[in-house]
Design a protein around this ligand. Structure first.
Ligand code: CP
Length: 333
């Protein structure tokens, strides 16, 4: 099924604010679409032009390399007219509000708005104002939907490439997410997508950095999909098929959550020895940017089991698929 055909029947969303609203079928549409995009990109084909002339504006209130650049590359490959706005170099510094900025960018031709903001919920506010499509490129500690989708795509291609991406293709697989879950929008969005695909998810870190996840785990994702929360690193790594190390988000930490970075690295850093206790060949993921030597050792980050660079590359194909699906929904009668 092509993305265009699938869109007409199954994709229901004008905005992508988080993955919690996506059905397994819609997740499958994104992953299938991304696979098609990967083949287009790898084959050196001319870009598809499904967004020809569409104004795509990226509006970033926080720093970014991977997300901002990959959205720009993705939109250009689809033929869009791309404008990049960095809040720190815009009239935001003169006190312009988020909603005034959104109205201004729409008046200047934006039809799709890709927003990163330090405030959880900011893209939802923007979506209430904007006439086109809003894509959340990361809001505070709340959500990072396209990161979760590209992580899932990477796992699909490695662990179950022949399986239906709309099905429980990670059933029987264990994914350990290590580290600073407390401040991690990546962990929160990944919990939705990984459990939707049937994975057993373990969240592991020092007690101060997994605070609040225990209560959520008891109720389960969406009220029915439980996951495991532990401070026991050995238990989290045992038999894991994939290990995702999270960045220690020092910029979001108030004092006192960790004795020191060295102590964190000593107790929870993903070293080669620790990785050897996971399933042989377990995949190593990290959303980036990495603090090498803190949450992940350099020889693990750049070792043979690491798919970190693939995650980055897959971000373009996944974001192309997302933009195409949203644009089709935006212009649908
Ligand atoms: N993973 C991620 O969001 O990276 P950037 O901050 O570089 O976009």
């Amino acid at each position: 099924m092509t993305v265009a055909a699938a869109t007409a029947t199954a994709w229901r969303h004008r905005h992508l604010l988080d993955v919690d609203v996506l059905s397994p079928g819609e997740i499958g549409l994104v992953l299938n679409g991304a696979l098609g995009m990967t083949e287009v990109v790898a084959g050196g084909s001319a870009r598809t032009a499904t967004l020809r002339g569409v104004g795509v504006t990226t509006l970033f209130y926080e720093a970014s390399t991977r997300t901002r650049v990959s959205f720009e590359v993705a939109a250009r490959r689809l033929g869009a007219e791309v404008v990049n706005v960095t809040a720190g170099a815009s009239s935001v510094t003169k006190g312009e509000s988020l909603l005034d900025t959104v109205r201004t960018l729409e008046a200047l031709g934006a039809r799709m708005l890709v927003i990163r903001h330090s405030g959880s919920g900011a893209p939802y506010l923007a979506a209430g104002q904007f006439g086109g499509s809003v894509v959340n490129a990361g809001d505070g500690r709340h959500a990072h939907p396209t990161q979760a989708l590209l992580d899932l795509y990477t796992l699909w291609r490695h662990l179950a490439p022949d399986a239906d991406p709309a099905g429980p293709f990670l059933a029987g697989r264990k994914v350990a997410i290590l580290g600073d879950a407390l401040h991690s929008r990546v962990a929160r969005s990944n919990l939705w997508t990984l459990t939707s695909a049937g994975a057993a998810v373990w969240i592991c870190g020092p007690a101060t950095l997994i605070d609040g996840f225990g209560a959520w785990a008891t109720g389960g994702i969406g009220g029915s999909r439980p996951f495991t929360v532990t401070t026991d690193l050995a238990a989290a790594l045992a038999d894991a098929d994939a290990v995702m190390a999270l960045r220690l988000q020092r910029e979001r930490m108030t004092a006192g959550l960790l004795p020191s970075l060295a102590e964190y690295a000593a107790r929870y850093g993903l070293t080669r020895d620790r990785l050897s206790t996971a399933r042989p060949g377990a995949l190593v993921l990290h959303p980036g940017p990495m603090n090498e030597g803190v949450e992940i050792a350099p020889d693990v980050a750049n070792g043979p089991q690491s798919v970190v660079t693939e995650q980055v590359a897959n971000g373009v194909a996944v974001r192309m698929a997302v933009l195409e699906l949203l644009n089709a929904a935006r212009i649908a009668p």
